[in-house]
Design a protein around this ligand. Structure first.
Ligand SMILES: [Zn+2]
Length: 337
């Protein structure tokens, strides 16, 4: 993978022209892998494939099957993990069976899932960081990653491993440190806490797959919150205040911040219960008038200003990550990034 730090938007880049022909974009993450066709720069949302492979062999077979069926001119992947320069997976926290395999055996190009998302949001027509000079773009799913945008240039960031606060110093994190925000506020951290609460409040133990009542713990939390259960709503309120304070800190870090953009399954699904509290917490703490005005406007009108999300995102298809994989693949193939 090319270095991320210092990725600059390329002037006058026209995505549909860049992505002529039929391509397949893959995305790995959470517990599964998905693929979608990109035809002449347009995502074909009705042609999504998805599986939950448990081995490299199973993935290879499936990729071969789609390849045979669709006959694309190339295949690119964006997935969670750390890779060597030539494509060997060094770490893959969500899809552990990928570790040690070379992505280039199956795909033309590969990039980290955050980079795929950032590339999509930077270049797609409705990308939320397209044209932004200063801000952050964070993904809160199983973990919490992100990038900083400074003067239009993208730099890697580690927002999830900032300190969560003295009262949370003992909470373990996937990075093997304690007290990180990711361990407390990300989907992975929340799932662990929900499992503990399910036992504490209801005596329910997770099944062999780690599910509660047949649901992923975060999905179970959502069904409880949607049913108006006090414990779930109070927990979401607490999470929202923590995330709101975190994002207010970003705004107070510089008057020039134009956006706190986000994506990721946990935060996107959780927004139903957290958005109002996050915005009000940010407003309570924000110092700069430019931020206060934008937040007040967003609270009053619902119009997305400082805090916005991917406009192409929907629950079936996080479009910009797929587009990002295709765009990143083409740009790296052409030696442009
Ligand atoms: Zn950490």
């Amino acid at each position: 993978m090319k270095r991320v730090s210092g990725i600059k938007p390329i002037d006058n880049l026209v995505v549909p022209e860049l992505l002529y022909g039929k391509r397949l974009s893959f995305e790995g993450g959470g517990s599964g892998v998905r693929a979608i066709v990109v035809q002449d720069g347009i995502l074909q949302k009705d042609s999504i494939y998805r599986i939950k492979p448990v081995s490299w062999e199973e993935l290879s077979e499936w990729v071969g099957w789609i390849d045979e069926k669709e006959k694309p001119i190339c295949k690119d992947i964006t997935t969670a993990g750390v890779f060597s320069q030539d494509g060997v997976v060094i770490e893959s926290p969500n899809l552990e069976w990928l570790k040690g395999h070379n992505l280039c055996e199956l795909f033309r190009s590969f990039c980290n899932d955050l980079i795929g998302a950032v590339t999509g949001e930077m270049y797609c027509d409705e990308g939320i960081i397209k044209g932004i000079s200063n801000g952050v773009f964070e993904t809160i799913g199983f973990g919490w990653g992100g990038v900083n945008i400074r003067e239009g240039v993208i730099y890697k960031s580690e927002p999830g491993h900032k300190f969560a606060g003295p009262g949370l110093a003992d909470v373990p994190c996937g990075c093997k440190r304690d007290g990180c925000k990711e361990g407390v506020y990300s989907g992975g951290g929340v799932a662990k806490q929900v499992i503990a609460m399910a036992y504490h409040y209801f005596g329910i133990k997770p099944d062999s797959e780690g599910n509660i009542n047949g649901l992923d713990p975060c999905q179970w939390l959502d069904t409880e919150a949607r049913a108006g259960r006090e414990w779930a709503l109070e927990y979401y309120l607490w999470l929202a205040e923590g995330i709101g304070h975190t994002w207010a800190d970003i705004l107070n870090g510089s008057e020039s911040i134009e956006i706190v953009g986000f994506m990721g399954s946990f935060i996107t699904f959780g927004m139903e219960f957290m958005k109002e509290t996050i915005l009000n917490t940010m407003l309570k703490q924000a110092m700069f008038p430019v931020h206060r005005e934008a937040l007040e406007q967003q609270i009053q009108t619902g119009e997305e200003t400082i805090l916005i999300r991917s406009k192409l995102w929907n629950k079936e298809c996080p479009g910009n990550s797929f587009m990002g994989a295709a765009i990143y693949g083409e740009l790296s193939y052409q030696g442009l990034i």
